[in-house]
Design a protein around this ligand. Structure first.
Ligand code: 3HC
Ligand code: NAI
Length: 702
C-alpha cells in the first residue's frame, strides 16, 4: 500500500478502496488537540482539492492522536499567524465538494472542530466522542457558521442550551439530536473502518450530499417566535449576569430562525468580531491559558515519581472534611474519615449523604455506591494503610501540631500528609513530624465538594513527589489546582484580608454595607464582603467573654447579630425568602462606633469604594509575587476566579490591574497611602517598577 502523502506539516492524504469505491482519507495530525492552526487549515484546504482533482469518489476526514479537531487555535487569536486558507475556505471546500465527505470523530469535536464537521455531508463517531460549541467560555460565539448550522441540525432549544453553556454532549445524545449519523462501538481503528464503509455506501447507494445549511425545517419552526428567546433569556439571566457572550450567542440563533442562511452568517460574523475585539473575550482567553499554566511547577521534573493514591484518609467530618471526602468517593477512591467521637462522625456522615441525595446529577444507586466508599471511624489508627491523609480539624495551631505528631506515628512511610488549613504556617506543622518532606497544604474551598479551586501550599521541605502527587490528585478529582508558598493566608485569603480591612474602614468613614456590597456585586462578584460575612456567620472565631467592642463585627455580635443564621447581621433577612434588607439599626451602630473613634462620617463615592477594595488587593498580589509566594501573576488570577468569584470576564485581579494601567494604580495607591496610612497601602516595589517600566503583572513570573 502506498504511503500517505504529506500535504502540509499537519495534514496528509491517504487512499483506500472499499467495496469498489476509491476513498480519500484526509488525516489531521496536530498534537496535542488537533487545533485548527494555520497549517491545518491550509493542509485541509489543499487536501480536499487534491482528493477531488485526483478522482476520489468520497472523502473521509479523520484525526490522529487523542481527539478530533478541538477548535480554532486559540493562541493565534491575537494575530501573528502566517497567511493561510481561512476556515471558511476549508468549509466551502468540504460542503461544496462534488463527492460525499464524511467526518470521522473521536475524542472531542469542539468549537471550530465541530464547525468543520458540520460542513461534512455525514458524521460518524465513536461512542465515547463528545461534541460542543464551548466558545461562550472564551467570551466568544462560534464564528465559523456554527451558530447557523447547529440549530439547523439539533433545533433551536438544544442549540440555545449548548451554545450558552458550552456543554459537551455525548455520542448518544448527539445521535438522538441528529448531530451524528452513525455511532460505532470500539476504538479509532474501528471508527476509521466504519467511516470508510459509510463513505463507500454513500457512493454505492447514491446518497444525497446533505448540506446542513440547506436544512431549514427546524429553524423555520421558530421564525418570528419571540417567546422562546425571551423565556430562555430569563431562565439564564442570573447565571450569566455581566457576561456579553451568552446574549450574543442567543442573538445569532435568533438570526438563524429569522434570517436566510447567508444573512445569518453575516450577523454571526459581525457579532463574533465585536466579541473577539472586546475586553471580555481577551480576559477569558487569557484565563484559559492561565488555568493550564498553573498546573506547571517549573522546578518539578515531568517524570517525578508519584504516590499511587489508592486510599485516602480525612480527619474531621465537619464543614470541610465531609466535602473533601466526597471528592475522592466521586472518582472511586475509598476514603476513611475519622472524627473525635461517634456523634460528630454520625452528624458528618449524615450531611455527606444529604448532599449526595440533594444532587440532581447523582442517581440513588450512585449515592449508595459513593457512601459505600466512605468508611467512618473514631480511631486515627485506621489511617495506617492510607496513601494520603488530609487533616480538616479546627483552625488551631496547637491542635494541628498534636495531630500531625500522631499522624507521623500512625501513617505508613511515604504517605502524604496534608493540612486543609486556610491560613496557618504549613512549615510549622511539618516541623513537628519526623518527615516534613511528606507534609503539604491542600486548601480546599467551601463547599469543598463544589468549589473548583485547590490552593495547594508547598512547605519549604515538601518533596518533589509530594508536590507532584498533590497536583496530580487535584486533577484527578476535577479541581483547578495552583501551588503557592507559605505565608499567612496564602494567596487568596491574604489578599482577601486587605479588601476586608479597607471595606470595614470605609464603613466608619460613612459608606454603608449595602453600598460596598453593591459596588462589588456590580463589578461582577457574586456578593460583596458584608453579605459574605453574613453568610459565613459573623460569630466565626468570636468569643462572647473576650469581646471588647473593638471592631464593627464585635459590636454586631454583641448586639445579637450573628448573620444569616439568626436572620440578623449586617442586613436583616426575611425568614421565608432570605432576602436581605439594609437595617437602620446597623447603620446607627456603625455611626456610634465611628463617633466613639472620633471619625467624622462623609459621603464615600462608589469609585472610591471600588478602588479602596481592589487596589490593596493588587498591591498585595504584587507583594506576593515579590516574595515568590506565587509562581506567576496568572496563578493569582486562577485563585481569585475559582476561589472567590472574581468575574472571569475581568480575567482576575492581575489581568484587571494591567487593563486599568499599573501606573494609574500605583499613583492612586500612593495617594491613598498618604491620606489614609496603613501598611497595606505601602506601595509594592515590584508594582512600582512594573508601573515605571510598562511591565505587566499577569505575565510576571517570580
Ligand atoms: N487552541 C490552542 N491550544 C489549545 C486548544 C486550542 N483550541 N485547546 C487546548 N489547547 C492546548 C492547551 O493549552 C494545552 O496546552 P499545554 O499542554 O501547553 O498546557 C493542551 O492543548 C492540552 O489541553 P488541556 O490541558 O486542556 O487538555 P485536556 O485533555 O484536559 O482537554 C480539551 C482537552 C477538552 C480539548 C480542552 O483543551 C479544551 O476544552 N480546549 C478548548 C476547546 C475550545 O474552546 N474550542 C473552541 C475554540 S474557539 C473556536 O473554535 C472559534 C471558532 O468558532 C472560530
Ligand atoms: P468544622 O468545625 O466544621 O469541622 C471541624 C471538625 O473537626 C469537627 O467536626 C470536629 O469534631 C473535628 N475535630 C476536631 N478535633 C478533632 C480531632 N482531634 N480528631 C478528629 N476530629 C476532630 O471546621 P471546618 O470549617 O470544616 O474547618 C476545618 C479546617 O478547614 C480548618 O483548618 C479551617 O480553617 C479550614 N477551612 C475552612 C473553610 C471553611 O470555609 N469552613 C475553608 C477552607 C479551609
Amino acid at each position: 500500500m502506498a504511503e500517505p502523502i504529506e500535504v502540509s506539516e499537519s495534514v496528509s492524504l491517504d487512499r483506500e478502496t472499499v467495496d469498489g469505491v476509491d476513498v480519500a482519507l484526509v488525516i489531521v495530525n496536530n498534537p496535542p488537540v488537533n487545533a485548527l492552526s494555520w497549517h491545518v487549515r491550509q493542509g485541509l484546504f489543499e487536501a480536499m482539492t487534491q482528493a477531488t482533482d485526483s478522482g476520489a469518489q468520497a472523502i473521509v476526514v479523520v484525526c490522529e492522536g487523542r481527539t478530533f479537531i478541538a477548535g480554532a487555535d486559540i493562541s493565534e487569536f491575537g494575530g501573528g499567524a502566517p497567511n493561510a486558507a481561512s476556515l471558511q475556505d476549508v468549509q466551502s471546500a468540504m460542503e461544496d465538494a462534488p463527492v460525499p465527505v464524511i467526518a470521522a470523530i473521536h475524542g472531542t469535536a469542539l468549537g471550530g472542530g465541530l464547525e468543520v464537521a458540520l460542513c461534512a455531508h455525514y458524521r460518524v463517531s465513536v461512542a465515547s466522542a463528545k461534541f460542543g460549541l464551548p466558545e461562550v467560555n472564551l467570551g466568544l460565539l462560534p464564528g465559523a457558521g456554527g451558530t447557523q448550522r447547529l440549530p439547523r441540525l439539533v433545533g433551536v432549544p438544544k442549540a440555545l442550551e449548548m451554545m450558552t453553556t458550552g456543554r459537551h454532549i455525548g455520542s448518544a445524545e448527539a445521535r438522538e439530536g441528529g448531530l451524528v449519523d452513525d455511532v460505532v462501538e470500539g476504538d479509532t481503528d474501528a471508527l476509521r473502518g466504519a467511516a470508510l464503509a459509510f463513505a463507500a455506501k454513500a457512493v454505492n447507494d447514491a446518497m444525497p450530499r446533505v448540506r446542513v445549511r440547506d436544512r431549514n425545517e427546524l429553524v423555520e419552526a421558530h421564525k418570528g417566535d419571540e417567546r422562546i428567546f425571551a423565556d430562555f433569556r430569563k431562565s439564564i439571566a442570573r447565571k450569566t449576569r455581566g457576561f456579553l457572550a451568552p446574549e450574543y450567542n442567543i442573538q445569532c440563533i435568533e438570526a438563524a430562525a429569522n434570517q436566510p442562511f447567508e444573512e445569518g452568517l453575516k450577523t454571526e460574523g459581525k457579532l463574533f468580531m465585536e466579541l473577539m475585539t472586546g475586553p471580555q473575550s481577551a480576559a477569558q482567553r487569557y484565563y484559559f491559558f492561565a488555568e493550564r499554566a498553573a498546573n506547571k511547577i517549573p522546578d518539578i521534573p515531568k517524570d517525578t515519581p508519584l504516590i499511587d493514591v489508592k486510599h485516602v484518609g480525612v480527619l474531621g467530618a465537619g464543614t470541610m472534611g465531609g466535602g473533601i471526602a466526597m471528592n475522592f468517593a466521586n472518582v472511586g477512591i475509598p476514603v476513611t474519615i475519622v472524627e473525635r467521637d461517634q456523634a460528630s462522625l454520625d452528624k458528618g456522615l449524615a450531611v455527606v449523604r444529604k448532599n449526595y441525595e440533594r444532587s440532581r446529577s447523582t442517581t440513588a444507586e450512585q449515592v449508595e455506591e459513593r457512601m459505600g466508599l466512605i468508611t467512618g471511624s473514631t480511631s486515627k489508627q485506621d489511617f495506617a494503610d492510607c496513601d494520603m491523609v488530609i487533616e480538616a480539624v479546627f483552625e488551631d495551631m496547637d491542635l494541628k501540631k498534636s495531630i500531625f505528631k500522631e499522624l507521623d506515628e500512625i501513617c505508613k512511610p511515604g504517605a502524604l500528609l496534608a493540612s486543609n488549613t486556610s491560613a496557618l504556617d504549613v512549615n510549622e506543622i511539618a516541623a513537628v513530624t519526623s518527615r516534613p518532606e511528606s507534609v503539604i497544604g491542600m486548601h480546599f474551598f467551601s463547599p469543598a465538594n463544589v468549589m473548583k479551586l485547590l490552593e495547594n501550599v508547598r512547605g519549604d521541605k515538601s518533596s518533589d513527589t509530594v508536590v507532584a502527587t498533590t497536583m496530580a490528585i487535584g486533577k484527578k478529582i476535577g479541581k483547578v489546582s495552583t501551588m503557592v508558598g507559605v505565608c499567612p493566608g496564602f494567596v487568596g485569603n491574604r489578599m482577601l484580608f486587605m479588601r476586608g480591612a479597607e471595606a470595614e474602614r470605609m464603613l466608619l468613614e460613612g459608606a454603608t454595607p449595602a453600598q460596598v456590597d453593591k459596588v462589588l456585586f456590580d463589578f461582577g462578584f457574586p456578593m460583596g464582603p458584608f453579605s459574605m460575612s453574613d453568610l459565613a456567620g459573623l460569630d466565626i472565631g468570636w468569643k462572647e467573654e473576650q469581646s471588647s467592642s473593638s471592631t464593627i463585627r464585635e459590636v454586631l455580635c454583641e448586639n445579637g447579630r450573628r448573620g444569616q443564621k439568626n436572620g440578623m447581621g449586617y442586613y436583616t433577612y426575611d425568614p421565608e425568602t432570605r432576602a436581605a434588607t439594609p437595617d437602620a439599626e446597623v447603620e446607627q451602630l456603625i455611626k456610634n462606633f465611628a463617633i466613639g473613634k472620633g471619625i467624622e462620617q462623609r459621603e464615600v463615592s462608589d469609585q472610591e469604594v471600588l478602588e479602596r477594595c481592589l487596589y490593596p488587593m493588587i498591591n498585595e498580589g504584587a507583594k506576593i509575587l515579590e516574595e515568590k509566594i506565587a509562581i506567576r501573576g496568572s496563578d493569582i488570577d486562577v485563585v481569585w476566579v475559582n476561589g472567590y468569584g472574581w468575574p472571569v470576564y475581568r480575567g482576575g485581579p492581575m489581568h484587571w490591574a494591567d487593563s486599568v494601567g499599573l501606573a494609574e494604580i500605583a499613583s492612586k495607591i500612593e495617594e491613598y497611602s498618604a491620606s489614609l496610612g496603613g501598611k497595606h497601602w505601602d506601595l509594592s516595589p515590584l508594582l512600582k517598577s512594573l508601573a515605571e517600566s510598562g511591565g505587566q503583572l499577569q505575565t510576571y513570573t517570580s
